[in-house]
Design a protein around this ligand. Sequence first.
Ligand SMILES: Cc1cc2nc3c(=O)[nH]c(=O)nc-3n(C[C@H](O)[C@H](O)[C@H](O)COP(=O)(O)OP(=O)(O)OC[C@H]3O[C@@H](n4cnc5c(N)ncnc54)[C@H](O)[C@@H]3O)c2cc1C
Length: 344
Amino acid sequence: MKIIIVGAGIIGAALADALAGDSDVTIIDAGPAGQGATAASFGWINASFFLTKAHFELRAAGIEAYRRLNLPGPDWSGTLCWDVDGAELDQCFSDLKGLDYPVQVLTRSEVQKREPALHNVPDRVLHFPSEGAVDGERFTQSLLNRAFAKGAKLWAGCQVHRLLRDGARVSGVETTFGRVEADLVIVAAGTATAALLPEAVRMQHRPGLILRTRPQPRLINRVMVSPKGEFRQLQTGEVMMPLVAGHQSTEAAPIAARPDLLADVAFANLKHYLPQITGNWAQVAAGNRPVPQDDLPIIGPVCDGAYVAVMHSGVTLAAITGQLVAQEVLGGQMDPMLAPFRVR
Ligand SMILES: Cc1cc2nc3c(=O)[nH]c(=O)nc-3n(C[C@H](O)[C@H](O)[C@H](O)COP(=O)(O)OP(=O)(O)OC[C@H]3O[C@@H](n4cnc5c(N)ncnc54)[C@H](O)[C@@H]3O)c2cc1C
């Protein structure tokens, strides 16, 4: 079967890795691979944030699916979370426990033993030991490299202008370099997905900004979720922090202020927890999250010859998306986990 995947972000790359070898895969991207939302991502792999039970189950399966990928890159050191307290923390703990999710409540001294550099920690902190983080851009390249080894091909710098339609059927794509026929076109074009499939997908506009410090000596090991925002330290030593707290939530605040001014505020918040950080913030980067209209992923057939995979938290969901879509496309079996996330 000849398959075209539109988009070489982390979702397109995970699809290519899962489908290559058993089918003839061509990935087409308007730019270089991994430079869309994937490059702008915070990179947290988690199921502790979720919108519905089915969404939780997909995210939790997403963590397991990463492990099955068996590729280096993700750091599974877990998450410490104190953006809730009191009764809200108890509720969050019992909700996640009720879902069989790995969760503990740590005391301040237990946190300090694990993360001695962390300041201003409250009495009780949630710990999600199965969670992790990954550099989306680098991991996308690893997925693509494995797909290439199985025969997949990437056309970078090639825009897909539209899908070719033969009555109700999609038969390929029209690109910068002409028409390409395929048995199946999978659109994984992030925020641009709606432009190619307006009948199936509507997207929100959800910009985000993330700062990075200059490289620091190793300070922390886990993803931190504080009331002042999430932060984590990369392999490079840089500390990364979105400029708004709760950046994974469904709130879609427009970015009205200048990024450097927002970064000054976020950096002061970061220093509250890590006063040892030297220098000022170094970089601030903007990106647009690919968020479908109702916040939930869309993964499924659109019509004969066309399939779509678009979602926020695509870093968390990349591995499971690749695995479930391959099972459906190659084996004809739709996993029931995908049922709530079909084209709506
Ligand atoms: C600031 C921010 C923080 C985030 N934090 C997290 C997080 O902590 N955890 C998490 O799980 N998720 C997070 N996300 C979301 C996550 O990054 C995305 O859901 C994920 O990267 C989406 O991957 P993708 O492959 O679908 O899209 P993209 O990475 O955007 O890739 C789409 C690709 O399609 C290509 N393309 C588009 N249109 C065309 C066309 N017509 N022809 C050819 N190519 C085309 C683009 O060039 C691009 O390379 C965050 C996102 C942002 C912006």
